[in-house]
Ligand binder design. Structure first.
Ligand code: APR
Ligand code: PHB
Length: 390
């Protein structure tokens, strides 16, 4: 088989790029390791920054998001029971975020690819990348006993943190930066009315908690737990009791609880791989960088990669201009690191660290007090949360 751009990974990054390139007449094949059902069963975060929502619209996939997604112009921060609001709209100069589940967004992207007869291969086993440093790269995968080869101009590594693409970059070229946090988030999805119309980020001496939502009948809640905990350690009752204990009394009192329909623990990690280009391989999204979920930056860091790659590919094919491809790694990394800084900062600010010395605890408290006493600090938080420009 032959294509112009072979995309490894059928998550939001890979599908979005494939869809955008298709609309500009550039041919792609997406190779996804798992089945569509598996990809669409993964529960992921649900806050989209303005720029990502715009990309969905440009990709002709924004209709359901615009109909069913909720515009949020602010969120709440509870500090050991005292609640304050961050007015995103005011402090970001009129911007906002869209609350819309990433699983739904992925479904919309798949539907769009189907509508346009996009080539998405599921259950592509043993994907391997070859000759990336030449002008004739190719990718192989296995379908049963058959090995299939795809010749292409470019390979996009959009296969997430555990994918194969990043590993194709030689060890003496690749540099990895990582911070692993000493806790995870235990998340519960429940068919209950959300306790608050806006998200509540709660800092508490027992640990961080987050009240989020997918719709007015579907709630998503999280609590910080030690890395040693397992899902089996947490009955639904124990989860609700712990969540309530970390929230202001009046919020806990009106919390509607119910059976969990999904419960999982995710460790928190910050990670960046450099460079994001090697030869004709370009990394995008989680394949190149991971953020802890605190600042809701995961998908949003991927968005700028996709935006830069999309424009670079269009410039290459339509105008013979390779400047965008040449600058991709440096340009993408500059924004990636800003999202890293923000996610790290929000994580440090709101969590309880098991090994903190008293001095660090005082500084964290001061950081939060400063935030709510300074218009400049609130503006900085707001511009990062709604998304820095691409
Ligand atoms: N071959 C083919 N596909 C692979 C391989 C492989 N060897 N390894 C992984 N994949 C697939 C995964 O099954 C997954 O569907 O690549 C896809 C990567 O998708 P994501 O992990 O969702 O990464 P990405 O598309 O970059 O999405 C950005 O934003 O909110 C964050 O982390 C969240 O996934 C989200 C990310
Ligand atoms: C979510 O709804 O899953 C969510 C929202 C905001 C975050 C992280 C996760 O910061």
């Amino acid at each position: 088989m032959k294509t112009q751009v072979c995309i490894v990974g059928g998550g939001p990054s890979g599908l979005m790029l494939s869809q955008l390139l298709h609309l500009k007449g550039i041919d792609t094949i997406v190779l996804e390791k798992h089945s569509r059902e598996y990809v669409l069963s993964r529960i992921r975060a649900g806050v989209l920054e303005h720029g990502f929502a715009e990309l969905m619209r440009e990709a002709e996939c924004g209709e359901r998001m615009d109909r069913e997604g909720e515009i949020h112009e602010g969120f709440l921060v509870s500090d050991n029971g005292a609640m304050r609001r961050v007015d995103l709209h005011r402090y970001s100069g009129g911007s906002s975020v869209v609350v819309y589940g990433q699983t739904e967004l992925t479904r919309d992207l798949y539907d769009a690819r189907d509508r346009m007869n996009g080539k998405v291969v599921h259950n592509a086993e043993d994907v391997a990348l070859f000759d990336l440093n030449t002008d004739k790269p190719y990718v192989t995968y296995r379908d049963g006993d058959e090995v299939i080869r795809i010749d292409c101009d470019y390979v996009i590594g959009a296969d997430g943190f555990h994918g194969v693409s990043r590993k194709a970059i030689p060890k003496d070229v690749l540099r990895e930066y990582e911070r692993v946090y000493p806790f995870g988030w235990l998340g519960v999805l429940s068919r209950t009315k959300p306790v608050s119309p806006e998200l509540i980020y709660a800092r508490h001496e027992r640990g961080f908690a987050l009240c989020s939502l997918r719709s007015q009948v579907l709630s998503r809640y999280y609590i910080q737990v030690p890395l040693t905990d397992t899902v089996e350690d947490w009955s639904d009752d124990a989860f609700w009791a712990e969540l309530k204990s970390r929230l202001p009394d009046e919020v806990a009192a009106r919390m509607i609880t119910g059976p969990s329909i999904e419960k999982s623990i995710a460790p928190l990690r910050s990670f960046v791989a450099e460079p994001m280009r090697w030869g004709n391989l370009f990394l995008a999204g989680d394949a190149a960088h991971i953020v802890p979920p605190t600042g809701a930056r995961g998908l949003n860091s991927a968005a700028s990669d996709i935006y830069y790659l999309y424009h670079a590919m269009v410039d290459h094919y339509a105008k013979g201009d390779d400047t965008g491809l040449e600058n991709y790694s440096a340009k993408a990394l500059a924004r990636v690191w800003k999202a890293q800084r923000f996610s790290w900062w929000m994580t440090m600010l709101l969590h309880t660290f098991p090994d903190s010395i008293a001095y660090d605890c005082k500084l964290r408290q001061t950081d939060l007090d400063y935030l709510f006493s300074s218009e400049a600090a609130l503006a900085s938080l707001a511009e990062n949360y709604v998304g820095l420009p691409f």
